[in-house]
Design a protein around this ligand. Structure first.
Ligand SMILES: C[S@@+](CC[C@H](N)C(=O)[O-])C[C@H]1O[C@@H](n2cnc3c(N)ncnc32)[C@H](O)[C@@H]1O
Length: 427
């Protein structure tokens, strides 16, 4: 895997150090609206912050084509960059929007009061709204068990409180409070909380999230211009033909973590009572999901050669590349269940798309010269036995090469210049 051609990134030593420290940051995720929801396999905010700071200026555009829980967009807004996030999951869209909505002072004051009133709504002997459509579609799966129906009922009471706000932006915020609390109460828990514990956590989360939304508002408004943040629910495949993206300048930075080859992450389900998979998060978010796990992970784990995965990653990244120009830097964080063959295969795919790998001079002599990080406390499943169980992630940095492969069918707007400059790189 060391023979492939690569260039050196031309970054000041301080930016390289910040990027390396950010990538290896193991602090619990904190700050701004990042903890509105624990999206599976989410970025470390410190890493995204370092990448955005290193490769862009305020006012630049950033694209995250697999945006998940929106970490990159929160950081983009706070740093005064415009951001677009794309994801095929409606849950990802919901969470990313909830985290990046700049609520008005009036809305925040109303939500302050709502947070104070919320505990009084939660009581096992009070009626709860019943979401018949969701029940009929099976979104309550695994929640009717005697040990869990009480929690289901208080979740519904929380949702009733969100709907009573009668404003779609505040309702989304309040649903996110319920989503976060319900995830804490149900997902991967051996011992379920009592109703009074749930009530106390719901109130704590509501208060903390209102403060976080205030901090996010202050950060997003601390710049001379208002950063524009958009979340688009669709596949990244074909985005080069989507007016919502083609109407924007080419991104200066693509910062993203795609689904990982050979690693099965449950993006769309919670695990209740052992490993029973529950679609409840979609119901709380007022979204629909008709897809199986392989839809979100880009491949069926039954096939060890990961053919579907690599076809999907090529197809989606081809569209991303078509939106980029010769000034765009691509920063991807990827984990592999078996890096020995998957990393070269991944790099070949990027090469076929006309991307050339860039290395950080500061990492010269370290391992393979790439930025690796150990992943703390990941809950994911590797289908490849032995070797590396998906506990290592690598940061890949790419730029477009001068000559693009013609078979990819890019639109005219994004054809790169023929005389690719070398000022950003050497070596
Ligand atoms: C590793 S997660 C991203 C996590 C994100 N960096 C964060 O901090 O929350 C990968 C995401 O890719 C999304 N995804 C999978 N296939 C996709 C596709 N074809 N187009 C766009 N998004 C896709 C999944 O739904 C998932 O949310």
């Amino acid at each position: 895997m060391g023979t492939r051609s690569s260039l050196l990134v031309d970054l000041p030593a301080s930016s390289q150090v910040a990027l390396i420290a950010g990538a290896r940051d193991i602090q619990p995720v904190a700050g701004l609206t990042h903890n509105f929801y624990r999206y599976p396999a989410r970025f470390s905010p410190a890493f995204v912050r370092a990448a955005i700071t290193a490769f862009t200026q305020p006012g630049d555009h950033i694209l995250d084509p697999y945006v998940g829980g929106g970490t990159s967009l929160v950081e983009a807004a706070a740093l005064g960059r415009h951001g677009v996030g794309v994801d095929i999951s409606e849950l990802a869209e919901f969470v990313s929007k909830a985290k990046t909505t700049v609520l008005s002072e009036n809305e925040l004051n109303r939500l302050d009061r709502w947070a104070e009133e919320l505990p009084a709504l939660i009581h096992i002997h009070r009626p709860a709204p019943w979401f018949a459509n969701y029940a009929a579609r099976g979104y309550y799966k695994h929640l009717d068990h005697p040990s869990r129906w009480r929690l289901r009922k208080v979740i519904e009471q929380g949702l009733g409180g969100a709907i009573a706000l009668e404003n779609s932006r505040m309702e989304a915020f309040a649903r996110c409070v319920v989503l976060r609390t319900a995830q804490w109460a149900l997902d991967g828990r051996k011992k379920l909380p009592s109703i009074s514990e749930f009530r106390a956590m719901l109130a704590d989360n509501a208060r903390e999230m209102v403060e976080a939304a205030k901090a996010f508002r202050a950060a997003a408004r601390s710049h001379n211009h208002r950063p524009s943040i958009r979340v688009i629910n669709r596949s990244a495949a074909g985005i080069e033909n989507d007016d919502r993206l083609t109407s924007l300048p080419a991104p200066r930075l693509v910062v993203t973590s795609p689904p990982y080859p050979g690693i099965h992450v449950l993006y769309h389900r919670w695990q209740v009572d052992g490993r029973k998979e529950a679609p409840l998060p979609f119901m709380i978010a007022n979204k629909l999901d008709g897809a199986g796990g392989s839809y979100y992970t880009m491949g069926d784990r039954k096939y060890p050669e990961l053919a579907t995965y690599f076809t999907n990653i090529e197809c989606t990244m081809s569209s991303v590349t078509a939106l980029a120009d010769d000034q765009t830097t691509f920063v991807q964080m990827v984990a592999f269940s078996d890096p020995g063959w998957q990393l070269p295969r991944y790099l070949e795919t990027m090469e076929r798309l006309g991307l050339v790998e860039m290395r950080l001079p500061a990492l010269h002599g370290e391992r393979d010269g790439r930025l690796w990080r150990s992943v703390p406390n990941r809950r994911w499943y590797s289908d490849q036995r032995g070797e590396t169980p998906g506990s290592q992630e690598v940061v890949l940095i790419h730029r477009k090469t001068a000559t693009q492969p013609s078979q990819l069918g890019r639109s005219d707007r994004v054809l790169p210049p023929q005389d690719r400059p070398s000022s950003e790189s050497s070596g």
